[in-house]
Ligand binder design. Structure first.
Ligand SMILES: C[S@@+](CC[C@H](N)C(=O)[O-])C[C@H]1O[C@@H](n2cnc3c(N)ncnc32)[C@H](O)[C@@H]1O
Length: 212
């Protein structure tokens, strides 16, 4: 997917106190960076960041990291954070394919929200639920593995259920229409989700775990 390019995006995001400029220096030391032993959740492809910012606000006893490859996408997130005081939130500007260079076994939960549903075939490996990514996540999960995925894309959702179950994940909760569940699932909407919700599109959701 192509995103609008913002002039000097790199300079703008680097001024933010939330951006960790040299994330590789903190491998196995994220808890020290946060200054507490609270669990760490990571969102891959956070885009404009509303989800991870809201999560950090609502859950002061958990730590959150939003990772995004496109600096222009992150500009909105750093603008939103200008007047906030969230010591439990950090942002990283990098490719998710390199997460094992940045984290040791220190992540409790990975959020995959409306990730790009790359077509099958040549680009399939770019899908955040491709087996190569699931193997990568093994390197950074602390004890149990825990992935929460939301998407509007039925084909990508079906694909993800398949790759996750083939990788021995167990589904705690699955929804084919997150916003219309009889027993509501606690939820914080992402930027993309808000648009899809307004359009009345169903949102697919899975809470997948492997306790090992
Ligand atoms: C469709 S947007 C969803 C953004 C946000 N999660 C939301 O729901 O509003 C997908 C985001 O993933 C980012 N992305 C795609 N591939 C990535 C990668 N390999 N590493 C980090 N971010 C990536 C894109 O730049 C984009 O901002």
């Amino acid at each position: 997917m192509r995103y609008i390019e913002i002039k000097d995006a790199d300079k703008i995001i680097r001024k933010s106190i939330y951006l960790v400029k040299n994330p590789m220096d903190y491998k196995n030391q994220w808890q020290e960076l946060f200054g507490n032993q609270n669990p760490i959740s990571l969102e891959l492809g956070m885009g404009r960041g509303d989800f991870i910012i809201q999560m950090a606000k609502k859950n002061p006893n958990r730590n959150f990291i939003g990772l995004e490859i496109v600096d222009s996408q992150m500009v909105k997130a750093v603008e939103r954070l200008k007047n906030e005081n969230l010591p439990n939130l950090k942002l990283i500007n990098m490719d998710a394919r390199e997460i094992d260079k940045v984290f040791g076994k220190e992540i409790d939960t990975i959020y995959l929200t409306f990730c790009d549903p790359w077509p099958k075939g040549h680009d399939e490996k770019k899908r955040f639920t491709h087996e190569s990514y699931l193997r990568l996540y093994d390197k950074i999960f602390k004890k149990g593995k825990h992935i929460i995925l939301k998407t509007d894309n039925k084909g990508f959702f079906a694909y993800s259920l398949q790759t996750l179950s083939q990788y021995w994940y167990v589904f705690e909760r699955v929804s084919l229409d997150l916003h219309h569940e009889e027993n509501p699932i606690p939820n914080v909407m992402t930027d993309f989700e808000k648009n899809y919700f307004e359009e009345g599109r169903p949102i697919y959701y899975v809470d997948a775990r492997f306790e090992g």
